[in-house]
Design a protein around this ligand. Sequence first.
Ligand code: NAD
Length: 498
Amino acid sequence: MAPGDLDPKYTTKFLGPEPKQLLIGGKWVDSASGRTFETVNPSTGTVIARLAEADARDADLAVAAARAAFTGPWARFKPKDRQRVLLQLADLVEANLAELYYLDSVDMGAPISRAAGYQFSVDVLRFAAGAAMRIQGETVNNSVAVADLFSFTLKEPVGVVASIIPWNGPLVSSIAKIAPVLATGCTMVLKPAEEACISPLRLGELMAQLDLPDGVVNILTGFGEAGAALTEHPDVDKVAFTGSTATGQQIVRAASGNLKRLTLELGGKSPDVVFADADLASAVPGAAMGVFRNTGQVCCAGTRVYVERPVYDEFVERLSRFSEALRVGDSLDPETEIGPIVSARQLDQVLNYLDVGRSEGARPTSGGARITEGGLANGYFVAPTVFADVQDDMRIAREEIFGPVASILPFDDVEDVVVRANDTQFGLGAGVWTRDLGTAHRMARALRSGVVWVNTYGNFDPAMPFGGAKMSGWGSEYSDHGLDEYLYLKAVWMGVGN
Ligand code: NAD
């Protein structure tokens, strides 16, 4: 089988030619409008599936199904019942991981060589399974001057959640939204991004095997229109959104009608700071993959690489050679380290930024163009690109590119780099490379971001919170903090004196 061919072993009904459907109330149904849209393999430019296009009418039906499930049988599930469902789902995902990763590879271009990293999805489900049984309130010693008032708190599920995700990690993003919903007893409507719906739909199919009431998890494929209908819907209690900052701002406005709770995981322009005393043998590949992993389509990509001046030239040289050596190719080729950009539209955006970088005076030291040779001509491939001599005010240093483009900027000392690293509307990730413990702690405190990685970059764990400061978002995902975003606190007063 040549790279790019669909492996018949994994061909599910979602990769066949017939249009795929929406999952509403436990049933697969066509969209109310009957409209469909195509999805393309970005390695080859070929259409791999046709999907139902949801609109506001489908959103109404899905929200009604989620509401009925929330007040119906699902409400009677005890913590250990929800735990059982989560453990079943973890086992199912684990057993089908190769297929799910394959689907993401052909749908959005994630290199199949990275499949091992997908264990994280399973870990998130098992963490949530444990957490489901330790959602606890507290007893509170009150000082009210009335005899015998007992006071305590309960953590209650917020209700129906609209979970809207982007295309850059469809399986992981789906699981990150499904796990807390199941752990806390909420119900949901999942709206994957139009570019990458296949693995979320396959997850929906797998979930039919769980002891889960119909309507707890509903899935709507479609465009922003479907997402907007959910965020405006008066019977949705919370929106859990991952996507761009611009869409996040629209959601804040749309959610105001019934004051929905919001968690927002938004964009970034994360700094990665390399001090002269760093171990460059780990800082060079660490910083490079901090930008280029997933073809740069990572919200917390460390795209502004600040390098202390004494090692600046050496670092630029080594980073450029490392980047040139990365193997770019079809996502299904096991040798591929860097896959395609997700879509023709996103490719245009990245290529435009390459022009902008050059016209602003940045110096490309590796990559810098689309790859059109050989078998890659029909796909959306861009060579990993390093721009040296970038200035803080250049657009490539300020705007989220969401492609394989690193900007390298020299700096002179800690004060200088803290001010410059923090001079951005975003605050998602940040990296620091140093052997000096004092510098490491000082930087970890001074950087205004939701995550700081020191002598490493881009690690995730189900027990560690992930979220953004400033315009990178509200709230956290993963960890017990992430679960709290799906619960509200109820204070109970009880007269017990009679
Ligand atoms: P996007 O904002 O264009 O789309 C995200 C989702 O929102 C899609 O499902 C889309 O259909 C939907 N949508 C679009 N308009 C909507 C509206 N008005 N109301 C409701 N939903 C709407 O983002 P994208 O291009 O799919 O993804 C890339 C962006 O996501 C980048 O900015 C990236 O940084 C961000 N991202 C953030 C994180 C994080 O955890 N912080 C993770 C991954 C991606």
